[in-house]
Design a protein around this ligand. Sequence first.
Ligand code: HEM
Length: 466
Amino acid sequence: MINLSQPIDLTDPDAEAFLRGIQGNIIKGHGRDHTSHLILKIIGEIPAAKKWIADFSQKFVTSAAASNRMTMSWKADVNSAGEPFFMFLLTAEGYRKLGFTDQQIPSPMNIPFGGVQFDPYFKLGMKVQTDNSLPRKLPDPPVDQWETPYQDTIHAMVLLADDSKERLEHSITEISNSIKGIFQTLTIERGDVLRKKFLRGELVVEHFGFQDGISQPLMIRQDIDKEIAKRGNAHWDPSAPLSLVLVEEPVAPGNYGSFMVFRKLEQNVKSFWESVEELAGKLGKPVDESAALAVGRSQDGIPLLPTAVIVDGTDANDFHYDQDDKALLCPFHAHIRKTNPRGDVPRNLPAPAEFERFRRVVRRGITYGYRPDIGLPSGGSRPEKEVGLLFMCFQSNLDQFVIQQEGSDEKDFVVEGVGPDATIGQSSAPVPQTWPGNVKHTMANFVKLKGGEYFFSPSISFLTGL
Ligand code: HEM
């Protein structure tokens, strides 16, 4: 019997069967370089849609067990194209369209330690953020300014991932042909991993040019042991229980899935760097150092806080803000401090450490858009639009995504008047942040929502049994 309140141990005799039941990419990322996301609306007969989903899931959807096996065989030959990866996800409207009642639609895992027990957001969908009567109003652009396909009712997403772009395109064609008359493809998003050369090698970056995907909650015992051996855990415990992401399905007891936030976030690279340059002028510091203050790490991923263990300087992550409770090294408004406050919340609320740790999310996003300039010295043509992040994160309760509203977008997080997250914060009237030397400078609104939705990734047996 797998205990959800702990990480999973792959040597547990029940682990393989458990992992065969859940989709891959939830407890560990699929790791492919290219993705495509078919955003779908059911237009055909319901029995035909159910049959298509069941057949597709039987033949293609990659379980967490299969995903682990694929990763191991790819690691044995990293130059190979590996194997393709497939996921299928439903929105609350998708469940309803397939005939499920609201009681049968997945409900959030109860968040322990004083969390919101009832989170209505999955059932309401992402577009509700325009409704001012709801407690969680995200300062996103109104729905009529989203890209047209996202203004429509979305029922499902097929997520394809592959290291071979050619094979990925072939899969898209095959799927597009097979869904004709059953699903309408509202849009297809394409994600491509972006890499940039640094002194310490080529790293995966997001469009502002910073290494991304370093700090993640780890839910596999063997991954945790490896991480601790390599990067230490004197300050930060990278482990997380399975219940951080998994929730039992009401119609398939004993089977588990996860809520996924999907947000297409456009990045204005030009205005981000212009603002950093202005900040550097005010601070009298180099541009790179000033930029690191906005994120909390340098572009090549080195955190502003010292870490206990540094192995080749790689992906250091063993730090905690108890080491910097006055924010002298890393500002409270730095992106990584707002979205994973490592002790700031319990120190200030007061609340147990678990309260904060249970509001972590597992990020699985990928960059989109073409960037021929990314390797060029600063000053190259920095795009203002059409590039960004297909942000995705998994959690067992969408209340965990409160880090966007109460963390990134909120002016009073941990410290009153701290202002928005300097990298991704959105605000119609941003409060200027306070930088070293009491310098005031406003950094906000470089990231804009183009559309999105809340999805659930059901268990394999739910999907194949439709
Ligand atoms: C970390 C960039 C959106 C949550 C990071 C890092 C970068 C980054 C450069 C540091 C590397 C790492 O630790 O992996 C961006 C950009 C975004 C974006 C450019 C939008 C275009 C978001 C959103 C959220 C989020 C929407 C959630 C609301 C996090 C978290 C971490 C992180 C939790 C890890 C912090 C830590 O553990 O110290 N992001 N991010 N990010 N980001 Fe974002």
